[in-house]
Design a protein around this ligand. Sequence first.
Ligand code: HAM
Length: 421
Amino acid sequence: MIQAPKGTKDCLPQDSYKFQYIETIMRKHAALAGYREIRTPVFEHTELFLRGVGDTTDIVQKEMYTFLDKGGRSITLKPEGTAGAVRALIEGKLYAQAQPVKMYYINNPIFRYENPQHGRLREHHQFGLECFGAKEASADAEIISVLLHMLEEIGLDNLTVSINSIGCPVCRPKYHENLKEYLRENIEHLCINCKERFDKNPLRVLDCKIDSCKRLVKDAPVILDSLCEDCSTHFEQLKKLLVIAKVKFQINSRIVRGLDYYTKTVFEIIMHGHREGLALCGGGRYDGLVEQLDGPSLSGVGFGIGIERILMELENRGIDLPEPELFQIFVANIDKSSFAAAFELTLKLRESGFKAECDHVGRNLRAQFKYANKLGAGIMVIVGGEELERGNVKIRDMQSGSELELPVENAINKIMQMLKG
Ligand code: HAM
C-alpha cells in the first residue's frame, strides 16, 4: 500500500472544518488590522533562501527540499513564508505603494526536511502577517496584538509572548566580538557546524540544538546588554506599547530565532506543557531583508504560525472546535419508485440554500432513518407511498419525532419556518 511520505499529514474531510474554523478567524483579524492576502508559489529559486534565510541556518544547511528542474535550475520548496513575500513585494513594486504595506498568507504549505516527530512535520501550513515600511515599534506591537487576539478567539488564551531584541548592523558586530571572546576558550566543545558558525555568524551558535553547544552558551553574554541607542529605544517603546495592548509578555534574552534576517525585535510563543519547548509561533523584525534581496531600503516585521501546532495546542488543552452540521435535511424515499421525486426535492432544497441529502446507496427506509440520524439531520422529508400519490410528502422533526403531511410544493416554505423557529 502506498503511504503518505514521512512527516506529512492528510487533512481528512471529517477534520477540515477545524482548519476552516481557524482560517475564518485569522482572516477576520487580519482584515480588521488592514492586512490583505498574498499568495506566492510553492517553489522559488534556491538562491532566494540562501540569500534570504542565511546559509549558516539549520533550515538552509539541513532542511531544504532542493532539486534541479528539467531546465537545470535549482529550485527549492518554500521552507518559510517571508522570503517569498519579500520577493513578490519587490517584483510587484509594492514598495511604491503608500506604507505600510500589510499582507498575510494563509494555508501556506512549508517544507522542511526535519526529523519527523511530535509537532515537527516535513510539510506544515503557516499563517503569517508581514508589514513593510513601518520602522516604528508600533508595527511590532500591532502584529503581536493581532496574533494574540486571533489565538484567543480560536480558544487559546492565557499565552505569554517571549520577546527579545537582537540589535542591528550597528550594534551586532560588537556583540559578535564579545560572544566570540566568550566562546573562543571552549571552541573545541562546539559541534562541527558551530565551529564554522563561530567565524561566519556566531549568533547562530546560540540557537544550536546540540546539547554540548547548549551547555556552553548558557552563560554567554546577552545581546540586550550591547544594544545601540536606536535599538534600545525601539525595544523600550515596544514594551510600552505591549502594555497598552494588554499583551502578557516576558523578556527572554536567549531568543535569537532560526533565521538570519532578523534585526531588533524577535519573539516566540512556546506551547504549553511541551517538553522541548516547541514554539507555537515566532516572528520578528527584518529591516535589512528587502534591500538584501535587491529591493529598496524598506523595513519589515512579521510572524509565522503553524496551523498544525495550533491544532496540537487545542488538543493538549482539551478544546474542541465547533463542528458544523453536515446536512440539515435528509430526503428519504420509501421505495425505488419514489427515488426520482426525492432526488428532485433534494436538488430544489439545495437551490433554496439548504444543506440537503438523499440516499445514493439504495438503503431501505429504516436504514435511511438511521443514516439521517447519524448525520445529524434536523429534518427528514419522507417521499413516496400513498402520500406521494396524493401529491404530498411527510416532514419529520428528528428531535421531537413529530410528523406532518403537506403538499410537496409547500414543503420548502414549511422547512424554512421550522429551521428558523
Ligand atoms: P519559524 O519560527 O521557523 O519562522 O516558523 C514559524 C512557525 O511555523 C513555528 O512557530 C511553528 O508554528 C511552525 N513550524 C515551523 N516548523 C515546523 C514544522 N517542522 N512542523 C510544524 N510546524 C512548524 C518562520 O518561518 C518565519 N518566516 C516567521 C516570520 C514571518 N518571521 C517574520 N515574518
